[in-house]
Design a protein around this ligand. Structure first.
Ligand code: ATP
Length: 289
Protein backbone atom coordinates (compact mmCIF):
# COMPACT_ATOMS: atom_id res chain seq x y z
CA UNK A 1 0.00 0.00 0.00
CA UNK A 2 1.38 3.44 -0.93
CA UNK A 3 0.89 6.00 1.84
CA UNK A 4 0.86 9.49 0.38
CA UNK A 5 2.60 12.20 2.40
CA UNK A 6 0.44 15.22 3.07
CA UNK A 7 1.60 18.38 1.31
CA UNK A 8 1.73 20.22 4.63
CA UNK A 9 2.00 18.76 8.11
CA UNK A 10 1.87 20.91 11.22
CA UNK A 11 2.86 19.17 14.44
CA UNK A 12 2.53 20.49 18.00
CA UNK A 13 3.20 24.04 16.88
CA UNK A 14 3.63 26.70 19.56
CA UNK A 15 4.36 30.38 19.21
CA UNK A 16 5.18 32.62 22.14
CA UNK A 17 5.63 36.32 21.42
CA UNK A 18 8.05 38.27 23.54
CA UNK A 19 7.38 41.95 24.05
CA UNK A 20 9.67 44.62 25.38
CA UNK A 21 7.95 46.37 28.31
CA UNK A 22 10.47 49.00 29.45
CA UNK A 23 13.81 50.63 28.76
CA UNK A 24 15.53 48.14 31.11
CA UNK A 25 14.87 45.63 28.31
CA UNK A 26 12.46 43.61 30.44
CA UNK A 27 10.08 41.49 28.41
CA UNK A 28 6.78 39.71 28.87
CA UNK A 29 5.81 36.52 27.11
CA UNK A 30 2.46 35.90 25.47
CA UNK A 31 1.57 32.46 24.15
CA UNK A 32 -0.37 33.06 20.94
CA UNK A 33 -0.51 29.51 19.56
CA UNK A 34 -0.22 26.15 21.32
CA UNK A 35 -0.32 22.54 20.23
CA UNK A 36 -1.52 23.32 16.70
CA UNK A 37 -1.83 20.12 14.66
CA UNK A 38 -3.25 19.62 11.18
CA UNK A 39 -2.33 18.45 7.72
CA UNK A 40 -3.28 19.54 4.23
CA UNK A 41 -3.35 17.35 1.15
CA UNK A 42 -2.20 18.55 -2.27
CA UNK A 43 -5.00 20.38 -4.14
CA UNK A 44 -7.06 20.98 -1.00
CA UNK A 45 -8.82 24.32 -0.82
CA UNK A 46 -8.90 25.00 2.90
CA UNK A 47 -10.60 27.81 4.79
CA UNK A 48 -8.95 29.00 8.01
CA UNK A 49 -11.51 30.66 10.27
CA UNK A 50 -11.67 31.80 13.86
CA UNK A 51 -12.74 34.76 15.97
CA UNK A 52 -10.71 37.98 16.12
CA UNK A 53 -7.38 37.49 17.82
CA UNK A 54 -7.50 33.68 17.64
CA UNK A 55 -4.09 33.58 15.91
CA UNK A 56 -4.89 33.20 12.18
CA UNK A 57 -2.36 35.76 10.96
CA UNK A 58 0.30 34.44 13.34
CA UNK A 59 -0.26 30.91 12.04
CA UNK A 60 -0.06 32.13 8.42
CA UNK A 61 3.25 33.85 9.19
CA UNK A 62 4.63 30.65 10.73
CA UNK A 63 3.55 28.71 7.65
CA UNK A 64 5.55 31.09 5.45
CA UNK A 65 8.43 31.30 7.92
CA UNK A 66 8.06 35.01 8.47
CA UNK A 67 7.98 33.92 12.13
CA UNK A 68 9.81 30.97 13.66
CA UNK A 69 7.86 28.67 16.01
CA UNK A 70 8.83 28.43 19.67
CA UNK A 71 8.19 24.67 19.51
CA UNK A 72 6.82 22.11 17.08
CA UNK A 73 7.40 21.34 13.44
CA UNK A 74 6.14 22.20 10.00
CA UNK A 75 6.85 19.84 7.10
CA UNK A 76 6.32 20.50 3.42
CA UNK A 77 6.23 17.36 1.25
CA UNK A 78 7.74 15.55 4.24
CA UNK A 79 10.69 18.00 4.52
CA UNK A 80 11.10 19.94 7.74
CA UNK A 81 11.01 23.72 7.13
CA UNK A 82 14.24 23.99 9.13
CA UNK A 83 15.96 21.82 6.51
CA UNK A 84 15.03 24.19 3.67
CA UNK A 85 18.13 26.34 3.28
CA UNK A 86 18.74 29.04 2.44
CA UNK A 87 15.45 30.17 3.96
CA UNK A 88 14.27 31.99 0.80
CA UNK A 89 14.08 28.63 -1.01
CA UNK A 90 10.81 28.12 0.87
CA UNK A 91 9.19 30.61 -1.58
CA UNK A 92 9.33 27.79 -4.12
CA UNK A 93 6.98 25.76 -1.94
CA UNK A 94 4.80 28.23 -0.05
CA UNK A 95 3.78 31.79 -0.81
CA UNK A 96 1.57 34.29 0.98
CA UNK A 97 -0.56 37.25 0.00
CA UNK A 98 -1.13 39.80 2.73
CA UNK A 99 -4.27 41.74 3.49
CA UNK A 100 -2.50 45.03 2.84
CA UNK A 101 -1.02 44.40 -0.59
CA UNK A 102 0.41 47.92 -0.87
CA UNK A 103 3.06 46.89 1.63
CA UNK A 104 3.95 43.95 -0.61
CA UNK A 105 4.88 45.96 -3.72
CA UNK A 106 8.22 47.72 -4.07
CA UNK A 107 8.14 48.75 -7.75
CA UNK A 108 5.73 51.23 -9.36
CA UNK A 109 3.90 48.58 -11.42
CA UNK A 110 3.64 44.79 -11.72
CA UNK A 111 6.29 44.38 -14.44
CA UNK A 112 8.89 46.32 -12.48
CA UNK A 113 7.91 44.76 -9.20
CA UNK A 114 8.30 41.25 -10.63
CA UNK A 115 11.70 42.22 -12.05
CA UNK A 116 12.84 43.30 -8.58
CA UNK A 117 11.34 40.23 -6.90
CA UNK A 118 12.68 37.62 -9.31
CA UNK A 119 15.99 39.49 -9.60
CA UNK A 120 16.52 38.49 -5.94
CA UNK A 121 16.55 34.90 -7.14
CA UNK A 122 19.17 35.72 -9.79
CA UNK A 123 16.78 35.26 -12.69
CA UNK A 124 17.98 36.76 -15.98
CA UNK A 125 15.92 39.65 -17.48
CA UNK A 126 14.84 37.34 -20.35
CA UNK A 127 13.62 34.63 -17.96
CA UNK A 128 11.76 37.25 -15.89
CA UNK A 129 10.11 38.64 -19.03
CA UNK A 130 8.97 35.15 -20.08
CA UNK A 131 7.50 34.42 -16.63
CA UNK A 132 5.65 37.77 -16.54
CA UNK A 133 4.16 37.03 -19.95
CA UNK A 134 3.25 33.49 -18.98
CA UNK A 135 1.54 34.42 -15.73
CA UNK A 136 -0.34 37.40 -17.15
CA UNK A 137 -1.62 35.23 -20.05
CA UNK A 138 -2.67 32.42 -17.72
CA UNK A 139 -4.50 34.69 -15.30
CA UNK A 140 -5.82 37.18 -17.88
CA UNK A 141 -3.97 40.19 -16.42
CA UNK A 142 -2.49 41.66 -19.63
CA UNK A 143 -4.26 45.00 -19.19
CA UNK A 144 -3.05 45.52 -15.64
CA UNK A 145 0.62 44.62 -15.65
CA UNK A 146 2.04 47.93 -16.85
CA UNK A 147 -0.41 50.21 -15.08
CA UNK A 148 0.94 52.12 -12.05
CA UNK A 149 -0.27 50.47 -8.84
CA UNK A 150 -1.71 53.77 -7.65
CA UNK A 151 -4.14 53.82 -10.61
CA UNK A 152 -5.64 50.40 -9.78
CA UNK A 153 -8.57 49.36 -7.61
CA UNK A 154 -8.01 47.34 -4.43
CA UNK A 155 -9.26 44.20 -6.18
CA UNK A 156 -6.99 44.69 -9.19
CA UNK A 157 -4.02 45.11 -6.84
CA UNK A 158 -5.00 41.90 -5.05
CA UNK A 159 -5.06 40.05 -8.40
CA UNK A 160 -1.53 41.25 -9.13
CA UNK A 161 -0.34 40.38 -5.62
CA UNK A 162 -1.71 36.86 -6.11
CA UNK A 163 -0.02 36.62 -9.52
CA UNK A 164 3.27 37.70 -7.98
CA UNK A 165 2.91 35.17 -5.18
CA UNK A 166 2.63 32.50 -7.88
CA UNK A 167 5.77 33.65 -9.72
CA UNK A 168 7.93 30.82 -8.39
CA UNK A 169 5.17 28.25 -8.89
CA UNK A 170 4.67 27.40 -5.21
CA UNK A 171 2.57 24.38 -4.32
CA UNK A 172 0.78 26.15 -1.49
CA UNK A 173 -0.72 29.63 -1.56
CA UNK A 174 -1.88 31.32 1.65
CA UNK A 175 -4.19 34.32 1.46
CA UNK A 176 -4.78 36.39 4.60
CA UNK A 177 -8.25 37.93 4.29
CA UNK A 178 -7.74 38.98 0.66
CA UNK A 179 -11.17 40.59 0.36
CA UNK A 180 -11.38 42.27 3.78
CA UNK A 181 -11.01 45.79 2.37
CA UNK A 182 -12.81 45.25 -0.94
CA UNK A 183 -16.27 46.20 -2.18
CA UNK A 184 -18.53 43.41 -3.54
CA UNK A 185 -17.41 43.92 -7.16
CA UNK A 186 -13.70 43.70 -6.32
CA UNK A 187 -14.36 40.82 -3.93
CA UNK A 188 -15.89 38.91 -6.83
CA UNK A 189 -12.83 39.60 -9.02
CA UNK A 190 -10.59 38.01 -6.40
CA UNK A 191 -12.89 35.06 -5.68
CA UNK A 192 -13.16 34.30 -9.41
CA UNK A 193 -9.38 34.18 -9.64
CA UNK A 194 -9.11 31.85 -6.63
CA UNK A 195 -11.66 29.52 -8.17
CA UNK A 196 -9.70 29.52 -11.42
CA UNK A 197 -6.44 28.73 -9.61
CA UNK A 198 -8.10 25.82 -7.89
CA UNK A 199 -9.94 24.32 -10.86
CA UNK A 200 -7.52 25.04 -13.72
CA UNK A 201 -4.15 25.02 -12.01
CA UNK A 202 -4.79 22.67 -9.04
CA UNK A 203 -2.99 24.95 -6.60
CA UNK A 204 -3.39 24.12 -2.93
CA UNK A 205 -4.89 27.12 -1.15
CA UNK A 206 -5.40 28.22 2.45
CA UNK A 207 -7.89 31.08 2.59
CA UNK A 208 -8.00 32.99 5.88
CA UNK A 209 -11.36 34.69 6.04
CA UNK A 210 -13.96 36.28 8.28
CA UNK A 211 -16.63 36.03 5.60
CA UNK A 212 -18.25 32.62 5.90
CA UNK A 213 -19.91 33.02 2.49
CA UNK A 214 -16.43 32.82 0.93
CA UNK A 215 -15.97 29.35 2.41
CA UNK A 216 -18.29 28.08 -0.33
CA UNK A 217 -15.14 27.92 -2.49
CA UNK A 218 -13.36 25.62 -0.03
CA UNK A 219 -13.73 21.90 0.59
CA UNK A 220 -12.38 21.82 4.13
CA UNK A 221 -12.10 24.19 7.06
CA UNK A 222 -9.73 24.57 9.97
CA UNK A 223 -11.19 26.34 12.98
CA UNK A 224 -8.71 28.19 15.15
CA UNK A 225 -9.92 29.26 18.58
CA UNK A 226 -8.03 30.35 21.69
CA UNK A 227 -4.72 29.72 19.90
CA UNK A 228 -5.30 26.14 18.79
CA UNK A 229 -7.13 24.20 16.09
CA UNK A 230 -10.39 23.16 17.69
CA UNK A 231 -11.89 21.45 14.65
CA UNK A 232 -11.11 20.41 11.10
CA UNK A 233 -14.10 19.38 9.04
CA UNK A 234 -15.76 19.44 5.64
CA UNK A 235 -16.92 22.95 4.80
CA UNK A 236 -20.55 21.83 4.40
CA UNK A 237 -20.51 20.48 7.94
CA UNK A 238 -19.43 23.81 9.41
CA UNK A 239 -21.86 25.80 7.28
CA UNK A 240 -24.82 23.70 8.41
CA UNK A 241 -23.94 23.19 12.08
CA UNK A 242 -25.30 25.95 14.33
CA UNK A 243 -23.65 24.50 17.47
CA UNK A 244 -20.20 24.29 15.91
CA UNK A 245 -20.49 27.85 14.64
CA UNK A 246 -21.65 29.20 17.99
CA UNK A 247 -19.07 27.24 20.01
CA UNK A 248 -16.38 28.93 17.92
CA UNK A 249 -17.90 32.43 18.02
CA UNK A 250 -18.46 32.35 14.27
CA UNK A 251 -21.38 34.25 12.72
CA UNK A 252 -24.32 31.99 11.89
CA UNK A 253 -25.14 32.29 8.15
CA UNK A 254 -28.79 32.92 7.18
CA UNK A 255 -28.91 29.49 5.52
CA UNK A 256 -28.35 27.79 8.89
CA UNK A 257 -31.07 29.87 10.56
CA UNK A 258 -33.53 29.03 7.74
CA UNK A 259 -32.69 25.32 7.98
CA UNK A 260 -33.27 25.38 11.73
CA UNK A 261 -36.69 27.04 11.39
CA UNK A 262 -37.56 24.56 8.65
CA UNK A 263 -36.70 21.66 10.95
CA UNK A 264 -38.78 23.10 13.78
CA UNK A 265 -41.78 23.52 11.48
CA UNK A 266 -41.57 20.26 9.54
CA UNK A 267 -39.42 17.94 11.66
CA UNK A 268 -37.27 17.42 8.56
CA UNK A 269 -33.54 17.99 8.49
CA UNK A 270 -32.29 20.28 5.76
CA UNK A 271 -28.65 20.73 4.67
CA UNK A 272 -28.87 24.24 3.29
CA UNK A 273 -25.83 26.04 1.87
CA UNK A 274 -25.44 29.03 -0.44
CA UNK A 275 -25.08 26.68 -3.39
CA UNK A 276 -28.45 24.94 -2.93
CA UNK A 277 -30.37 27.90 -1.47
CA UNK A 278 -31.83 28.97 -4.81
CA UNK A 279 -33.11 25.46 -5.62
CA UNK A 280 -34.67 25.28 -2.14
CA UNK A 281 -36.49 28.60 -2.58
CA UNK A 282 -37.69 27.55 -6.05
CA UNK A 283 -39.08 24.23 -4.73
CA UNK A 284 -40.75 26.04 -1.85
CA UNK A 285 -42.37 28.56 -4.24
CA UNK A 286 -43.67 25.77 -6.47
CA UNK A 287 -45.24 24.00 -3.50
CA UNK A 288 -46.89 27.21 -2.29
CA UNK A 289 -48.42 28.01 -5.70
N1 ATP B 1 4.10 40.36 18.33
C1 ATP B 1 3.10 40.18 19.20
N2 ATP B 1 3.27 40.36 20.51
C2 ATP B 1 2.27 40.18 21.38
N3 ATP B 1 1.02 39.79 21.03
C3 ATP B 1 0.78 39.61 19.74
C4 ATP B 1 1.79 39.77 18.72
N4 ATP B 1 1.24 39.51 17.52
C5 ATP B 1 -0.06 39.19 17.75
N5 ATP B 1 -0.33 39.25 19.07
C6 ATP B 1 -1.61 38.92 19.73
O1 ATP B 1 -1.86 37.56 19.43
C7 ATP B 1 -3.23 37.31 19.20
C8 ATP B 1 -3.43 36.70 17.83
O2 ATP B 1 -3.17 37.67 16.83
P1 ATP B 1 -3.42 37.38 15.28
O3 ATP B 1 -3.24 38.67 14.55
O4 ATP B 1 -2.60 36.23 14.85
O5 ATP B 1 -4.95 36.95 15.32
P2 ATP B 1 -6.02 36.89 14.12
O6 ATP B 1 -6.84 35.68 14.36
O7 ATP B 1 -5.33 36.99 12.81
O8 ATP B 1 -6.87 38.20 14.42
P3 ATP B 1 -7.85 39.04 13.42
O9 ATP B 1 -8.96 38.11 13.06
O10 ATP B 1 -8.30 40.16 14.29
O11 ATP B 1 -7.02 39.47 12.24
C9 ATP B 1 -3.91 38.66 19.40
O12 ATP B 1 -4.39 38.71 20.72
C10 ATP B 1 -2.80 39.66 19.17
O13 ATP B 1 -3.04 40.84 19.88
Amino acid sequence: MIVETALLQVQHLQYVAEQLVNLELETTKHEILHDVNFSIQAQDFVGLVGPNGSGKTTLSKLLTRILEPTAGKILINGTDYQAVTPQWQLHQYVSMVFQNVDAQFIGPNFVEDMALYLGNFNWSPAKIQTRIQEISDQLGLEELIERPFNSLSGGQKQLLAIAEALALQPQLLILDEPTAQLDPENTQLVLNLLQKLQTQYQITIILVTHKLAELALTNRVLILNHGTITQTCATDKLLTDMNLLQQNQLPVPDTVTIAQHFQKLTGKQLMLTNSNLETFIQTFKEQLC
